[in-house]
Design a protein around this ligand. Sequence first.
Ligand code: ATP
Ligand code: FE
Length: 333
Amino acid sequence: ITILAIESSCDDTSAAVIQDSKIRSNIVANQEVHKEYGGVVPELASRAHQQHIIPVVDQALKVAGVRPDELSAIACTRGPGLLGSLLVGVSFAKAMALALDIPLIDVHHMKAHILAHFIEPPVPSFPFLCLTVSGGHTQLLRVDAPLQMTVLGETLDDAVGEAFDKTAKLLGLPYPGGPLIDRYARQGNPQAFSFPIPQVEGLHFSFSGLKTSILHFLQKQSRQDRQFIEKHLPDICASVQHTFVQILIQKLEQAVKQTGITEVGIAGGVSANSALRAALQQKAEQAGWRVFIPAMQYCTDNAAMIAMAAHYQYMEGKFASLQMHATARWSIS
Ligand code: ATP
Ligand code: FE
């Protein structure tokens, strides 16, 4: 079984080939056009996808050593994401499935982030808890089988990746600021400043109040010292990052306690964060959790994870019709 998978939900155009359950290629084209705007501009993103999709698919097939006529199915991200961006991948996948007369597979982007855990060993065993932390989502799930997952909690407002990026913007850092906060934080003291941990019921999260208190803190300090941010950038980054990580770890602890499950995975772009990774490793050593973190290139948006999800859907005969629509808002359950 050979499947070509396409991902175009946000600002990365990616294509991957999976043969049985092995990833043979995974090509990602990043979009540079958004940097100067401080965020992804949807219209520019869909145009860039149109420019990238053919070369990216070509390259994915070439690296895998696969000809189009050898493909068993074409998969694409159906949602959630930016509609204009999704449409490029969905239309391309439909056209290719139609031309080659092979099945089409529609993949849920957030499920795929979780199934990235199965690309390379070590793989978690079922059931496991998965914390999905990305630019658009913050969800805590119980995963019982590759295609069977339940949301235990999620953010009531901003995603944690968004909170990282918005804080970075307040600090005058370019988009996406999450990785930059991580980098500056390495030279800073996480105890230098303290921010309130939001009290949110159950396994839900909230980041917008915290974002406001960071804003007020920076405004107040800058009134007293105009150079406050420049002078204390590493300490501010380390302190903010420490607060975000504490929030995530506390909810994970609560979920482990509630479910008795100690297999814990993280997924999504923010799982690249070094403080989060370190905090999880510490939990693994101290509390006996088994912790799973996909390789960096499978944490941010990529088609390999879409291919992995497509593999499981193919096995269960879950195909889409050519009438399938890109779905910008699509719940995981
Ligand atoms: P979604 O998957 O919800 O549709 P997305 O695909 O845009 O959103 P990802 O590509 O999974 O999100 O992740 C991007 C986010 O991860 C950005 O908010 C970025 O700032 C954040 N991020 C990436 N690396 C780091 C890091 N080292 N520390 C903190 N945040 C990071
Ligand atoms: Fe994503």
